[in-house]
Ligand binder design. Structure first.
Ligand code: 5CA
Length: 441
């Protein structure tokens, strides 16, 4: 992509409405614009990151689950059956169609997926089944804040599992636990599983995945040894090893403020291992048995031919929140430092002297060769001052930068900079193929 053609309205000054780094940087880097409180337009650069996050989630979820797509608008009838139509309270946006029929904008999808299941699956023989979608939700939060972190309209990955008994349902819960560790790891996030309250979703087993950031909304207390745990190479069809891993990780003391037990914390974690920080909840697992299947009549015939309510769980990831979460974990005073797995472009070319023929020729040559190698590249071909171009490339956080200027060319080289480490390599103008080798590792 040529920068001269890209719709990228960056801001030089810090916007006054943003109080945390990720919100400030998303506005400054031209990724989002607010359309109304807690509701955002995703501009091209931000949308590319959002899609990359979705791609990682899809890749991992497709191993243990199947993707479908449910609508954003739901019928109130199924919510009346589950009892949540009134219980959900003011966070749910309700409205009527022209026939005075009550509808709502889905804040979550337990009822709808249970209804689909109940009309199509009758026997334990079709189980286990796990379905997910990535869809916009609306929750009329009292205090939308921190940009995409607590929005009213936000993108969620929500998965729903159906099993014939509790043991199988817990196996699925554990598979999802491992799947989440892998998803967040690919985004270069250290996500800590924390025992959680179940809130309006319900059930008696639940974990949040929290990334540590000073700007997080909740206090988190933990045993720092959990930070050294590595994700083992376990297969999804090995429930015993997965269960051991989950037991090991959940045996560390970790708690957000709502579940924190200070006496137990002091007793079970040595003083030097205690960490109190803040965190951002990026994922949430729930096991709730028959809470929805019973009222909505989602029954299956078991091995003995007896009809029983199907066992269920639900598993969310805050897709749009993750964009902010990743920025909070990966930035410096110049701007964002994207992990390559989610970066909007892998490499940026900065032509420091646009009107200089050798500079432009070399920039165009490298631009073409990177495109031919299917590497996502942004070429800053604008006739702008070098300082502005460098500052903007730092701000938008592309992992690699190529800097091409007249002085370097005269001496036979250009620079390749790693945005995160600031390490600069000089590369011969006759060896442009080296760039691909370095960035592809
Ligand atoms: N149905 C269940 C799981 S599928 C559910 O709705 N869980 S949740 O309420 O915990 O939401 C799932 C994830 O969505 C959360 O972990 C969080 O990362 C994200 N999320 C929740 N509310 C918001 C919000 N207002 N803005 C941005 N992301 C949010």
């Amino acid at each position: 992509m040529r920068r001269s053609k890209l719709f990228l309205p960056t801001l030089k000054e810090n916007p006054s409405e943003a109080s945390i780094n990720s919100h400030r940087l998303m506005l400054r880097a031209g990724m989002i614009r607010q359309s109304s409180s807690g509701i955002y337009t995703w501009l091209p650069l931000g949308y590319k990151v959002l899609r990359n996050i979705e791609k990682i989630i899809r890749f991992e979820q497709n191993i243990i689950s199947q993707e479908l797509l449910m609508p954003t608008i739901q019928d109130s009838e199924i919510w009346k059956k589950s009892g949540r139509f009134n219980d959900y309270g003011k966070e749910m946006l309700k409205f009527k169609d022209r026939h005075e029929h009550e509808l709502l904008y889905g804040p979550t999808n337990e009822e709808l997926i249970t209804d689909i299941f109940s009309k199509n699956i009758m026997s334990y023989k079709s189980l286990p089944l796990c379905l997910y979608h990535i869809q916009w939700k609306f929750r009329d939060e009292i205090r939308p804040r921190f940009g995409v972190m607590r929005g009213r309209e936000f993108l969620m990955k929500d998965a729903y599992s159906f099993d014939k008994n509790k043991d199988d349902a817990i196996e699925c819960y554990n598979r999802m636990f491992l799947n989440y560790l892998r998803i967040f790891d690919k985004m270069e996030l250290k996500a800590i599983p924390v025992a959680a309250d179940t809130g309006p979703i319900g059930g008696d087993l639940s974990h949040e995945f929290i990334i540590l950031a000073e700007t997080g909304e909740s206090d988190v207390f933990l045993d720092k040894n959990i930070l050294n745990e590595k994700i083992p190479n376990i297969k999804y069809d090995d429930p015993i090893s997965i269960s051991k891993l989950v037991n090991k990780l959940t045996s560390y003391y970790t708690a957000a403020d709502d579940k924190h037990d200070h006496d137990r914390y002091l007793k079970s974690v040595k003083e030097e291992n205690r960490i109190k920080t803040r965190g951002i909840e990026v994922g949430h697992l729930f096991y709730f048995g028959d809470k929805y299947s019973r009222p909505l009549g989602a029954n299956i015939a078991n091995e003995k031919g007896v009809n029983i309510p199907v066992e269920m769980g639900s598993y969310g990831i805050g897709v749009s929140r993750l964009v902010g979460g990743i920025i909070d974990a990966h930035h410096d005073d110049k701007g964002i430092c994207w992990p390559e797995s989610v970066a909007p472009y892998i490499i940026g070319i900065i032509n420091l002297r646009q009107n200089d023929v050798p500079c432009s020729q070399l920039s165009e040559k490298i631009y073409d060769s990177l495109k031919n190698n299917n590497i996502e590249v942004l070429y800053d071909d604008r006739d702008e001052g070098a300082g502005n171009k460098l500052a903007e490339m730092d701000l938008i956080g592309i992992p690699w930068q190529i800097r091409i200027g007249p002085r370097g060319i005269k001496n036979g080289y250009f620079e390749l900079l790693n945005r995160k480490t600031s390490e600069i390599q000089e590369i011969s103008i006759n060896d442009t193929a080296k760039i691909t080798n370095i960035i592809l590792g």
